[in-house]
Design a protein around this ligand. Structure first.
Ligand SMILES: [Zn+2]
Length: 134
């Protein structure tokens, strides 16, 4: 149901910009979970686990590899609600339900959001700074 929830996109860099999967009901915990994955396991592992292995995206993001999270591709009871939620940069920026993009670069997480209707970069967090910022 587009528009009812604030959705985010967890993305990786591509030749055309970025592409990734949707995380529904985006919340502040999304950033903490992403930074935890990227700092503890490395950004390549975070991309593999959070984007490649769950191509339909997430209803809720796992806090770490051992704790929870619910993806949209491996949950039979959610089959009828399963969205096709792999988006490239052009589709993501045009999709009104996507309001935030988390871009997993090799050295840092870059944040973009649609504040006031215009997409803008909201900063970048180097992975090696995260332990000091928490
Ligand atoms: Zn899955």
């Amino acid at each position: 149901m587009p528009g009812l929830f604030i959705d985010g996109l967890i993305a990786r860099p591509t030749a055309e910009g970025f592409a990734g999967v949707v995380v529904h009901r985006d919340e502040p915990a999304t950033l903490r979970h992403l930074m935890r994955h990227a700092t503890v396991h490395g950004p390549a592992a975070a991309i593999r686990t959070l984007i490649e292995e769950h191509p339909s995206g997430w209803w809720s993001l796992p806090g770490s590899y051992s704790e929870g999270g619910q993806c949209a591709c491996h949950c039979p009871e959610l089959d009828e609600r399963r969205p096709a939620q792999q988006l490239d940069q052009v589709s993501a920026l045009l999709d009104p339900s996507i309001t935030r993009v988390y871009l997993l670069q090799p050295e840092r997480l870059e944040l973009f959001d649609r504040g006031g209707g215009q997409w803008a970069a909201r900063g970048a967090i180097p992975y090696d700074m995260w332990p000091a910022l928490r």
